[in-house]
Ligand binder design. Structure first.
Ligand code: HEC
Ligand code: HEC
Ligand code: HEC
Ligand code: HEC
Length: 317
């Protein structure tokens, strides 16, 4: 459910193989990226934050880096990074104006890279109960329906922190299912970085942080929230690593996955006493077990268990 983008990509590739008409049919059925400009109309504060992220700034510079040529050669495909089928999946927002149009890299990773391709949910997520309804007047039933409809249409809600973190991991752990394992190995050998140091709090609460929630303040996470996000992030990392393990036999890729796994196991081990679901997840790292753990800690304060492991604020990326 999280990897819709890849489904769209796979559908596109399949369509190319099977013929043009099928490609058009499938493309119309798959959600697509509309681009950050659309979001900006209503989300000025979040857009300002995004413009300061590496994700946005990367667009103007990354293709000029000297190491890019060798990495593209290793991956194969179009020699223009913004058009390369592999690079596009993680480095760009491949947006289009409507279902029939040709997608184009319009920016680096943007709103929809983290919140899900929006073609099918953009008009649903702010429907507070009719054309003139305001958020303040929304009924709980409408809120539940709005969230369910948007999720079904491909939105990743910020409150679903486990899903959000899973999605970050698919790019930052180089494990995006649409990206071929053999290509990843070759790219790493050609100089593509693979660090194995992604941790959700460290990476989301620095330059990426936008937590306005209807206010003008970009608020920091309270310690209890940060502890939960730390655990949800490590739960996502463990599940992701388990799925990615056999993807490439490249030594650096394997080392990075091991590093991620060790950090995840250490964090989850520390909360076993407070949340037995963590022990279940450690012995069987499935999506389902991770979701159960995250649900079980929804109102717990795990600061006593993991407070000492949280990254210091001055190290936030
Ligand atoms: C026509 C106006 C409008 C557009 C366009 C729009 N949004 Fe929103 N969005 C809203 C409103 C209103 C809210 C609710 C604001 C709030 O809860 O503070 C919202 C809430 C959200 C939320 C938070 C959901 C929650 O309740 O926690 C996310 C995430 C979001 N929008 C992402 C996007 C993205 C990504 C785009 C572009 C693809 C986008 N929005 C386009 C109006 C819009
Ligand atoms: C599976 C996702 C993924 C794919 C596919 C991918 N990259 Fe990356 N790339 C990343 C991530 C994530 C980083 C940032 C690593 C970090 O700094 O933690 C990165 C970093 C880089 C960097 C270093 C940037 C810097 O600021 O120094 C280069 C160069 C690069 N990628 C080139 C490419 C090229 C060229 C392609 C296509 C052939 C490609 N990448 C495909 C995820 C990906
Ligand atoms: C790198 C990933 C990433 C990108 C890019 C990103 N977001 Fe978010 N967004 C998040 C995360 C993570 C949260 C949850 C923050 C929290 O509550 O801790 C979030 C929360 C939100 C919220 C709810 C909090 C608030 O500020 O009201 C809105 C709305 C939102 N994002 C809109 C956007 C829009 C619009 C863009 C593009 C201009 C964007 N996001 C780009 C990851 C991202
Ligand atoms: C679609 C793929 C993708 C997704 C999803 C994604 N990122 Fe990234 N992120 C990248 C790439 C690619 C870079 C490197 C860009 C460059 O170096 O030019 C990057 C860079 C970053 C950086 C800057 C790192 C540094 O050392 O400068 C941070 C922080 C970051 N991402 C956090 C996040 C968080 C948190 C999430 C999830 C909420 C997330 N990213 C989701 C692709 C992604």
């Amino acid at each position: 459910m999280i990897y819709r983008t890849c489904a769209a990509y796979a559908a596109g590739v399949l369509g190319l193989v099977l013929g043009l008409s099928l490609r058009i049919d499938m493309a119309a059925a798959e959600p697509f990226y509309v681009g950050a400009k659309k979001c900006e109309e209503c989300h000025r504060p979040e857009s300002d934050v995004w413009e300061g992220m590496k994700h946005a700034k990367s667009f103007g510079e990354i293709h000029r880096k000297p190491e890019v040529r060798a990495i593209i050669q290793a991956a194969g495909g179009n020699t223009n990074m913004r058009r390369n089928e592999v690079c596009i999946q993680c480095h760009y927002t491949n947006a289009k104006a409507d279902a029939g149009a040709q997608p184009q890299a319009v920016s680096g990773p943007s709103c929809e890279s983290c919140h899900g391709p929006a073609s099918d949910w953009i008009s649903v997520h702010n429907n507070f109960g009719g054309p003139n309804a305001k958020k303040a007047d929304e009924t709980p039933a409408n809120r539940a329906k709005r969230q369910a409809d948007a999720s079904k249409a491909g939105m990743i809600w910020p409150q679903e922190i486990y899903e959000v973190a899973q999605n970050c991991m698919s790019c930052h752990g180089l494990s995006r299912p649409g990206v071929d394992g053999a290509a990843i190995g070759k790219m790493i050998e050609a100089g593509h970085p693979v660090k194995g140091e992604f941790e959700f709090v460290l990476y989301s609460q620095g330059t990426v942080r936008h937590r306005f929630y209807n206010s003008t303040t970009n608020s920091e996470m309270a310690p209890a929230e940060a502890a939960r996000a730390f655990i949800a992030g490590h739960a996502a990392a463990l599940v992701n690593v388990t799925a990615a393990k056999g993807k490439s036999s490249d030594a650096k890729f394997t080392a990075a996955q091991q590093k991620l796994e060790q950090a995840a196991r250490k964090a989850l081990d520390a909360v076993k006493g407070a949340a037995p679901e963590a022990a279940t997840l450690l012995s069987a790292p499935t999506d389902d077990n991770a979701q159960k753990l995250v649900a079980a800690i929804a109102s717990k304060d795990l600061s006593a268990q993991v407070g000492g492991m949280l990254p210091a604020k001055n190290t936030y990326k």
